[in-house]
Every structure is written in structure tokens, then in C-alpha cells.
Design a protein around this ligand. Sequence first.
Ligand code: 4AD
Ligand code: MG
Length: 426
Amino acid sequence: MTQTTIEKIAVSDGQEALICGWVYNKRSSGKIRFLLVRDGTGIIQVVIAKPELMDAFDRLTQESSVKVIGRIRADARAPGGYEMEATSIDIVQIADEYPITLKEHGTAFLMENRHLWLRSQRQWAVLRIRAEVIKASRDFFDGNGFTLIDTPIFTPAACEGTTTLFETQYFDDKAYLTQSGQLYSEATAAAFGKVYCFGPAFRAEKSKTRRHLTEFWMIEPEMAFADLDDTMQLAEDFIHFIIQRVLENRQRELSVLERDIEKLRRVKKPFPRISYTDAVQVLQKEGSKIKWGDDFGSPEETLLSSKYESPVLVHRYPTAVKAFYMKPDPQDPNIALGVDVLAPEGYGEIIGGGQRLDDHALLLKRIEEHQLPKESFTWYLDLRRYGSVPHSGFGMGIERVTAWMCGIDHLRETIAFPRTLYRIYP
Ligand code: 4AD
Ligand code: MG
């Protein structure tokens, strides 16, 4: 008997198959017993009519592990469109009383039991969509001439401001967990042309919001001989590609989540583009108290993006609110050639990036102004001494995009084991 998976069950229609999984739920109806078995790829209804299997059925508890053999048949009423008529049940382990029942539980309790909560349908759907977002991202860059070059996790200095650094002991020295691979990707872009890095980023975010994790995953392309417009175009093509992949390959998961997929379907290229300065005017007209020079907070992002069905690219922010490495606009040094992509439906910033400062003297000045340790940036400044070119790129947060694709409002469910201000267990 060959083992099959629930995802591929249609292939076994009319035949006997073996499914290895866990009991999701069980119920009786007259003389017939039903087991819902999940195997990680889906859930199947197992019908138990044989008297000799009743004892096994009675012993099974929620989340007991089983190997079930039975005949597969199409049935429109069964979840997933197929059911299995059991011929044998091999019990692997009888589970203790499972703490997560199918009734409602509070989030704190579920988070404390995250290692088990992952088995529920909704979490399954979210994390499968996350996997699709990552696969699509890798495929997009691999297919467009980018080389994956990993960047270090232990770093000697800050990339995204010194207030959110996680410091750690590094033998007799101090090191910081990376906030972004960007600075290293700038070095690899000068070696390989078009590169990307993909890995975890760490930020000691002390605010407790639904959009911030202290450990999140970021994918960051970087291109030599590319300006702000090039990076905006890349961001647009990239996001559009991810949405198409999720819509194509994760229909089941989207329907488990009851995601309104029309909203994703309505995302169309070209995405709207608006300068920060124009965006401030739009926001003011809508009643926002924002003044030119203020950074956008989540209320401004939500208000602005609510005007569009596609993500909106906001470009040319005030230099003062952006990172030290951003190139100033040649027309106006108070403006930086940066871009943020704001997702629709209130999901906020999913991408941040822009064109990098490529002039040695100015970059050195910025490092001093930001009081960054110059010694740690010698190598970074070198990139402006040996064949400096216009270059640009961005970073996209996997969890933010996953939350948007899934239509769920908190980032904590978009990563298997979320790390936040108050949580490092399990
Ligand atoms: O806008 P950020 O800070 O940009 C950078 O780190 C650049 N160095 C990237 C680059 O140009 N290569 O972060 C980029 C994205 C954000 O738009 C957001 O999607 C995500 O990373 N992000 C977070 N996601 C979850 N939790 C946090 N605390 C996040 N901080 C940023
Ligand atoms: Mg940002």
C-alpha cells in the first residue's frame, strides 16, 4: 500500500490508499462514525462502518496519530470533495487530552500553545500562504537575473537607526543582530550587478503594534546602475507577481481564511505613485493634522492607501525622517530619493527602499551627522571609492505581505513562532 497525501487524493479516486495523520475531530451519526483526519496537506473525512473498527474509533482522541487505509471516493458533500471508507486503522499514539479544542480560545492562551496551535486549519492556511509568498519571491528574483547572496546576521553597526539594535556579546567584543542586509547587498551588487538577500532581521521594537515583530523575515534586492524609478518599477512588478502566484496556487488556503479574493484580483499595474509632498496635501484635505516633515504613522498610511485598490508608491520623503544612506534629490537636498509601498486595505508599509548615496564625501558627512561609528563603516565607504555607481533597492517584509494576502490583521499569526516585545516562548 503506497502512502498518499490528502492534497493529492484525487489521483487515488476509486482505489485504496494509506493516509498518515492526526485526528482533527470525530462524530457519530446512527451506526456510522466519522473521523476527520489531517495530514498537513489537508483534511479528509474518514467513514467508519465496519464493526471491527468501532473499538479503535472509540479510543481515538483529538490529535491522536493514526495510519488509515481505505477506499477513496468522490463525494461532493465531504470537505475537500473526497472521503475515505476505512478498511483498517493503525493507532500510532493516543493523544492526551488536547488543550486546544474546536471552540474559541483567547489569543494569549493560543500564543502560549503556539507549538500546538499551528495544527489548526487557520494557522495551516496562513503559513502555507507564507510559504507561497517566499517561493514566489525567490522565483521572481531568480528568474530576473538576480543572484542570491546571503548577508551576515552578526554585524558591527546599525543599518536602520541605533534605537532598535539588539546587542550581543561577540567574544571580547560587542556585535548587533542585523536589522537589514542592505549595506552588505550594496557590496555584493558591486560584485554581481543584481543581487538579493533573504533572511531574518531583528529590531528591538519597543512599541506593541500589530505590524511589528522583533524578528521578521525580509527579502532585499539591490541593483547596480539603477535609480529610484528602476527600484519603484521592480517593486511594482514584484508585488504583482506575488499576488498572481498566491491566487493561482493557494485557493484552498484563501478559502479556509474566507479571504475576499476580489480585493486581491483588483490589484492592477501600474500602481499609483505619489510624492510625499503631494501625499501630505491629500492627507490634509482628508482632515489629517500631518505637517510637511512629519513621518507617516499608521493612521496616515491607512488613510492614504484607502484611496486606492492597488498598493501606492510614496516617494521622495523628507531627508530628516529617512536613513543616513539615502541619496538626496538633486533638485532639493531636503528630500531623499526613497520610496515606501503602502498596501491597500490598511495593511500599511510593506516595502521600504530607494536610491543610495553614492558620493564618498557626502556619505561620510551623513555617517558623522548620524553619529555612527566611522570605523565600522570603512568598508561601506570603500564602495564609494572603487567604482561607485548609482544603485538602488528595497526590502520587503514577508510577514506584512503574508498578512495582507491572508486578510488577517495581526502579524503574529504570519510566522510560526513570533517574537514580540512580550513573547519569546515557545
Ligand atoms: O523600511 P525598512 O526599515 O527598510 C530597510 O530595512 C531597508 N534597509 C531595506 C532596503 O532598502 N534593502 O524595512 C523594510 C520592510 C518594511 O517595509 C516592512 O515590510 C518590514 O521590512 N519591516 C518589518 N516587518 C515586521 N516587523 C518589523 N518590526 C518590521 N520592520 C520593518
Ligand atoms: Mg520603512
